[in-house]
Design a binder for this molecule. Structure first.
Ligand SMILES: N=CN[C@@H](CCC(=O)O)C(=O)O
Ligand SMILES: [Mn+2]
Ligand SMILES: [Mn+2]
Length: 348
């Protein structure tokens, strides 16, 4: 009898804990700890990892697909990193409460399914994000293409829904600030959602709810955005910090700009599009950057932002393993993930 292999286009698969492996060190002290030893199935830990295994937005944006394979590879690279001494001391007997893995939202989009498949994936992912926020955790999304950003925002929004309901009280609504490290502004005008539209969609969502749009984009390249996009950024009041500013301006100048952005908002959604980094450092992305901003700068800035204690949602997007070299890009993504995790837990 013939067996029909039915693919489910959108599904939320539970965490595959076999991905959490690393070296065993039976002759070392207990402090030879790695993240693979701390990760648990998600159950309201301080941090919840949630994958968005979807690159339909990249496909719609005429880009190079492949990013949907990234979440599990970023996890695997992160799993092998050591847990810093400060965290081990601070959490001591509670190390099992630090990191939960909430699995992946898959968007299998090769077989001509309905056009709304990306939107369905974003909604399913947003539900998972919202659950983690409501349970008091920090969700960290692992993309996938940068269409993850609209899902991340929606999830955060849903979790804050009561406060955002203007019929209850406008004064209770927290002001959300978005900080995006990206060569691209991602505010494209389009008839469909893509990886190039998420922040324009967020601006429209906020406008429809009478809420302000606070968006700071760091690492923007004048060679990767049209004049039309810069015009829209100005209309929307986007704080644009260019790749050249990051390179040529003193650290203090840029840090002051970012700090004053942080001061204006109550909570922050932090998103890192890995194409903010030079393609020599991160070759495995959908749209490689010729110039890019330095990894040391991004890490230092991420520490500054997360140490504010205001980050309630974070994600890492656009890694495309198809174009990676010796897992270099996944390793850089894992390092940034570890930076967010460590810094968040230290301010918790
Ligand atoms: N996520 C954003 N992607 C870029 C892609 C640019 C390109 O394909 O060169 C954007 O839309 O601007
Ligand atoms: Mn980009
Ligand atoms: Mn982007």
């Amino acid at each position: 009898m013939a067996v029909t292999n039915l693919t489910i286009p959108i599904c939320h698969t539970p965490a595959d804990m076999t991905q959490w492996t690393g070296r065993a060190e039976p002759f070392e002290t207990a402090r030879a700890r790695y993240w693979y030893q701390l990760a648990q199935l998600y159950e309201a830990q301080h941090i919840g990892l949630i994958g968005f295994a979807c690159d339909q937005g990249v496909r719609r944006n005429q880009g190079r697909v492949g990013a949907r394979a990234a979440p599990s590879l970023i996890r695997r690279a992160f799993a092998t990193l050591p847990v810093i001494a400060d965290l081990q001391q601070r959490f001591d007997s509670q190390l099992s409460t630090l990191l939960g893995d909430a699995g992946d939202i898959h968007c299998d989009d090769n077989d001509g399914f309905a056009d709304s498949i990306l939107e369905q994936a974003q909604i399913k992912y947003a539900d998972a994000v919202s659950t983690i926020v409501k349970q008091g955790g920090l969700p960290i999304g692992l993309g996938g293409g940068h269409a993850i950003a609209y899902g991340s925002f929606l999830g955060l929004w849903q979790a804050l829904e009561k406060a955002n309901d203007t019929t209850i009280s406008t004064s209770a609504a927290p002001t959300i600030g978005i900080i995006n490290f990206d060569a691209h502004l991602d505010i494209r005008q389009s008839d469909v959602a893509t990886s190039g539209t998420p922040f324009r969609q967020i601006a429209e969502h906020l406008d429809a709810h009478d809420q302000p749009f606070h968006y700071c984009c760091i690492g923007v390249s004048r060679f990767s955005n049209t004049a039309a996009l810069f015009d829209r950024a100005e209309q929307l009041g986007v704080q644009v910090i260019s790749d050249e500013d990051c390179h040529y301006q003193p650290w203090d100048t840029i840090a002051e700009q970012v700090k004053s952005f942080i001061d204006q908002v109550d909570i922050i959604y932090l998103t890192i599009d890995m194409d903010c980094l030079p393609s020599s450092v991160v070759p495995g992305v959908s749209a490689p950057a010729a110039f890019g901003i330095e990894l040391g700068f991004v890490e230092r800035m991420v520490k500054l932002i997360v140490s504010s204690g205001k980050v309630k949602m974070a994600d890492i997007a656009e890694i495309n393993p198809t174009f990676d070299v010796d897992s270099r890009s996944c390793k850089v993504a894992a390092r940034l993930l570890a930076t967010i995790v460590e810094q968040h837990l230290l301010v918790t």
